[in-house]
Design a protein around this ligand. Structure first.
Ligand SMILES: O=C(CO)[C@H](O)[C@H](O)COP(=O)(O)O
Length: 267
């Protein structure tokens, strides 16, 4: 079929225009979603720091992207209100955050008792049980949290669920000794089903190596109705498993920043 050049030109222009505008709209809506997610993290972090940190406190600093806002707020309060706090990091990242914000850095050797620990989570269920370790820092996070009077969780609206595994699909992280990763993967799949994968690094060949020199296994497609206290107690008794990203009965309260700019709490 012979299409007159004038019509062809007009069609090409219309197509270009609609593609251009829909692409632009697509990027705009991603930016808006991202903005609201970041805003939600910030809201939760600021509220938690305002309500749970007092002058004289030793504070555990969690890891991840939400914690960045908590440290921002903490540094702001130190400058503006002159509160005195000491901070215990849960990872290399947390240590850098503390140092870069010129907060007082301490550790569990000097300060084994913490008033509060503020940390993010990958998922929080209706009983305040958590999946943590998406950033690979679960071991230090669990140790520091266990030394704190209260573990306060800060998160955005995507992290809240009824049962673990409902929202977070990357799996339950399990920190293992490198030499044991294959036997543990096989034993875990046999006993509890699901799919267990060694976490691979990005921008480096080979596996993720934790701050403690271990590997991470991510356990996906598990049965969501498992009793997580029983499973966790069992897993941590296996030789080669250093710890799991299951934080059962550890959190006192969670703050969720919502899309509408409010904050929901759960305790
Ligand atoms: O457990 C963690 C790191 O080991 C983080 O707290 C968890 O992955 C949440 O991170 P983010 O605030 O970036 O969503």
């Amino acid at each position: 079929m012979n299409i007159p050049a004038k019509i062809l030109k007009a069609n090409l222009f219309t197509n270009f225009r609609s593609n251009y505008f829909s692409t632009k709209y697509y990027y705009l809506s991603i930016a808006r979603d991202k903005m609201s997610l970041e805003e939600a993290k910030k809201l939760a972090a600021y509220r938690a720091v305002d309500e749970h940190v007092e002058s004289g406190y030793t504070v555990g600093i969690g890891s991840g992207s939400t914690v960045i806002y908590a440290v921002d707020r903490l540094a702001q309060r130190v400058t503006e209100e002159n509160i005195k706090v000491k901070c215990v990091p849960t990872s290399f990242q947390a240590r850098q955050l503390i140092i870069n914000h010129k907060l007082a850095l301490t550790d569990l050797e000097i300060s084994p008792h913490l008033n509060v620990c503020i940390d993010g989570a990958d998922e929080v269920d209706s009983n305040l049980n958590l999946i943590k370790g998406g950033g690979g820092c679960l071991l230090q996070e669990k140790i520091v949290a266990s030394c704190a009077e209260q573990l306060i969780i800060i998160a955005d609206y995507t992290k809240h669920s009824c049962l673990l595994g409902e929202q977070y699909k990357k799996g339950i992280p399990i920190e293992v000794s490198p030499l044991a990763y294959v036997p543990i993967k096989l034993k875990l799949e046999k006993k509890y089903k699901g799919d267990v994968a060694l976490r691979m690094a990005v921008n480096k060949a080979g596996p993720v190596v934790t701050d403690n020199g271990n590997f991470i296994l991510d356990w996906k497609d598990f049965d969501q109705s498992l009793n997580w206290k029983t499973v966790n107690d069992d897993l941590v008794s296996w030789p080669g498993i250093v710890d799991t990203g299951l934080f059962i009965g550890m959190a006192s309260k969670a703050y969720f920043g919502l899309k509408d700019g409010s904050v929901k709490t759960q305790s």
